[in-house]
Design a protein around this ligand. Structure first.
Ligand code: PEP
Length: 258
């Protein structure tokens, strides 16, 4: 059965001391209060990945906590100043990596072809990609919503062999909902999650489609998470702003129906 996952995307927030404080709070809360069948993933800045792994080693060993990065290089190694490779992340014991976030698509011109290459790098190094897809408001309003999602998934992911595809997590993140305070309604989100699962089923079959976790992201809060997470095709969330407060993050982790 597919995993329930709540992943925190810290983006470019927190300095060293603040990151340490937030990680300690999260690990304490996860250890004592979190629902045990949810995998919690924290994706801090690259520079804090090691600290996150050190601080949360016990929880990681209990398989309830994992650390991820927010991006990875398309290259495996070499003269690419400032880049971080999948092998480097693997050697630190990171387990997940966000790919194709709309902010990377927008500010760094990341294309679906880049996404495909990054996913390939991560899978070669046994890391789980969390691949973001989602439409802009203009694309939704002009009726291109389904085509946009289909193209992102087709070009970014459908070159994979079934055995590799099974390690992918997909995050549906409508661009108009990210950091705007406008959460998609649970009906809007479920409609697209169901559509994504149908695309997977057409490509890889029912069994694989049933086993892929599809997360919702976009202004998800402790108030909106319970209804979103109760939808049949929503398996958790990719959380930005609300993952920066341990209390809110924990409330979201505990939002699944008991
Ligand atoms: C994100 O950036 O992945 C995200 C979902 O952000 P927020 O929750 O702040 O909208």
């Amino acid at each position: 059965m597919r995993k329930k996952i709540v992943a925190g995307n810290w983006k470019m927030n927190k300095n060293f001391q603040q990151a340490e404080e937030l990680l300690s709070e999260i690990s304490e809360q996860v250890k004592t209060k979190a629902t045990s069948d949810v995998t919690v993933v924290v994706c801090p800045s690259f520079v804090f990945v090691e600290m996150a792994l050190d601080l949360c080693r016990d929880e990681k060993e209990q398989d309830i906590f994992a650390v991820g990065a927010q991006d990875v290089s398309v290259h495996d190694k070499g003269a690419y100043t400032g880049e971080v490779s999948a092998e480097m992340l693997k050697s630190m014991e990171a387990e997940y990596c966000i790919v194709g976030h709309s902010e990377r698509r927008k500010y760094h011109n990341e294309t679906n072809a880049d996404v495909a290459q990054k996913v390939e790098m991560l899978l070669q190094n046994e890391l789980n990609p969390i691949v973001c897809v989602g439409e802009s408001l203009e694309e939704r309003e002009s009726g291109k919503l389904f085509d946009v999602i289909k193209t992102q998934i087709n070009e970014g992911l459908f070159g994979l062999q079934p055995v590799d595809f099974l390690h992918v997590v997909i995050a549906y993140e409508p661009v108009w909902a990210i950091g705007t305070g406008k959460t998609a309604t649970s009906e809007q989100a479920q409609e697209i999650h169901k559509y994504i699962r149908s695309l997977i089923e057409d490509k890889y079959g029912k069994e694989i489609a049933r086993n892929i976790s599809i997360l919702y992201g976009g202004s998800c809060t402790p108030q909106t998470a319970p209804e979103l997470f109760s939808q049949p095709d929503i398996d958790g969330g990719l959380i930005g702003g609300a993952s920066l407060k341990a209390e809110d993050f924990l409330a979201i982790i505990n939002s699944f129906e008991k």
